[in-house]
Design a protein around this ligand. Structure first.
Ligand code: GLN
Length: 533
């Protein structure tokens, strides 16, 4: 049997310390040493998945190839590692309890009292192991969401404690990420919160093997030694994680701190060759040394929260580097935009992107932005709802279909140019019921889409209920908006373009989910290219 090494990442002191980035960075270095690795995120909330959560609550909902609606950290994992994650990479307390309760209803516990220990902890352990077994991985990194000491995290910490014991010496380690705050008044870094946080872990029976200390200032030798001594760790197991300008710097920082070396040593893995991070370093060099900048406007309605459009933001970083350019992306609230002020708000931008979204709020502003882009031939990229807005705008102003709309926003519109998919009509549950995950798209030659992809077939991820209404297709084509990508099985429109414009592309799918550091998404690359040429 393939033996997998397990790395658990816990967090202490405060949330938002960047466990996801540390996990992804360590995974990247381990991968670059020639091992197979995947990362799993455990979210201690009761929702089954973040699919039904408002982006204001939880940031972007990331969608995997196999159609799971997941935590945005999975996006980081894919962008760093260039691998696909799947349903098994995101586990929530909701899923754990749902499956235990379903087993109880089926009588699978044979009359036993069902309890957090052992039934919930067993379910957690089996979810952690399942990912490794299914994919025959050398390493699984499991990131435990939340902060040690939270009531919700307790069963997970207990499951980690048990797994460490079950797996035996040198087969698993716990890395604990904490904060070392800097007190400006005292001009000192403070280690007490870290000591307390480790104590909390110890109270739950878990001794961390490595500490990663998030800090604004460099850690002195004394501080490292002090933390090591008070937390029962060797000096080399104290890793500094200093603030940096880009998350993509973190793997290099972690390598300089030898996080991989200490982790692999503790797991009894021979170090072998040095990590091969040349392509990554090359990306970083280009990220910091660009020859031009370009301003692009992103139109959305969750703009107050940067995390709401995480994958789009990152796809622009990748596409910028590919074009030797820095993309200055400014998010504009769609509720502010009208036909009258569109010019004033948008004229400084060389490209306009309309973001995905749901519901009526801000929709007219998005349609006005699409109108401004079309009339002024500004490179335009519409994603999912963004494509739908471009279609509605075209229907109203070119096809003269007054009050044309999506039946999502206006169920009684006389012209539902965007309409509910047939399969969606009888669905009442909201969770996990959209058209989700990867579907094939056939791309027509001699189009902007083909120029970007340079192939006639691709797979792209979806997350929507509504689609282009093919009853209107002929009219659109006649007037110059054309389907350049089609799903061959269902004849659904995947890509719409106005070929007479410089670059006007709307996509029903979400290309942003598949853009990675080493493989920037062709549509983003091509859009950015159009904005600078
Ligand atoms: N609300 C639209 C739909 O369900 C678009 C979804 C999206 O942008 N992801 O079809």
């Amino acid at each position: 049997m393939h033996s997998t090494k397990y790395i658990f990442i816990t967090g202490g002191v405060t949330s938002s310390l960047g466990k996801g980035i540390i996990s992804a960075s360590l995974a990247k270095i381990i991968q670059s040493r020639g091992h197979t690795v995947s990362i799993q995120k455990i979210d201690p909330y009761l929702n089954i998945d973040p699919g039904t959560l408002n982006p204001y609550e939880h940031g972007e909902c990331f969608v995997t190839e196999d159609g799971a609606e997941t935590d945005l950290d999975l996006g980081h994992y894919e962008r760093f590692l260039d691998i696909y994650t799947s349903k098994a990479n995101n586990v929530t307390t909701g899923q754990i309890y749902q499956s235990v309760i379903n087993k109880e209803r089926r009588g699978e516990f044979l009359g036993k009292t069902v309890q957090v220990i052992p039934h919930i902890t067993n379910e957690i352990k089996s979810r952690i192991k399942r990912l490794a077994i299914k994919n025959k991985l050398d390493f699984v990194i499991t990131e435990i969401g939340g902060t040690v000491g939270d009531i919700e995290s307790l069963p997970y910490i207990e499951a980690v404690r048990q797994l460490k014991w079950d797996l035996g010496e040198n087969n698993s380690i716990v890395i604990h990420l904490t904060l070392v705050p800097y007190l400006a008044a005292a001009k000192e870094l403070k280690t007490k919160p870290t000591q307390h946080s480790v104590k909390l872990l110890l109270e739950n029976g878990v001794q961390p093997d490595i500490l990663v200390l998030r800090t604004e200032k460099k850690l002195t030798r004394e501080i490292r030694r002090k933390v090591a001594q008070f937390c029962n760790l060797q000096y080399e197991a104290i890793i500094e994680s200093i603030d940096v300008s880009s998350i993509y710097e973190v793997p290099i920082l972690m390598q300089e701190e030898a996080l991989d070396v200490i982790a692999l040593e503790k797991l009894n893995i021979k170090l072998g060759e040095k990590p091969k991070l040349d392509r990554w370093k090359n990306f970083l060099f280009k990220l910091n040394n660009y020859s031009k900048t370009v301003k692009i406007a992103g139109i959305g309605k969750y703009v107050e929260l940067q995390d709401a459009y995480k994958s789009i933001n990152d796809a622009f970083v990748h596409a910028g580097v590919a074009n030797d350019c820095k993309v200055e992306l400014t998010w504009i609230h769609s509720e502010q935009i009208t036909n009258e002020n569109a010019k004033e708000l948008l004229e400084e931008y060389k490209g306009i992107l309309i973001a995905p979204g749901f519901g009526h709020r801000g929709i007219e502003g998005k349609i006005s932005a699409a109108n401004y882009a079309r009339k002024n031939d500004i490179p335009f990229f519409g994603i999912c709802l963004g494509m739908q807005c471009a279609v509605i705008e075209f229907a109203r102003n070119i096809l003269k279909l007054e009050n044309a709309h999506s039946s999502e926003m206006h169920p009684n519109t006389p012209y539902p140019v965007i309409d509910l998919m047939e399969q969606q009509k009888n669905i009442t549950d909201l969770g996990g019921t959209m058209r989700l995950g990867a579907y094939t798209c056939s791309i027509k030659k001699k189009t902007n889409a083909f120029n970007a992809y340079k192939r006639t077939k691709t797979m792209e991820r979806h997350r929507h209920r509504f689609e282009f209404n093919n009853d209107y297709l002929k009219d659109f084509v006649k007037h110059g908006m054309k389907p350049t990508g089609i799903n061959p099985d269902a004849e659904l429109v995947e890509i719409m373009e106005i070929p007479e414009k410089k670059w006007f592309v709307g996509v029903q799918f979400h290309p942003e989910y598949k853009s990675t550091v080493l493989n920037p998404h062709p549509l983003f690359v091509s859009f950015v290219k159009a904005t600078i040429s």
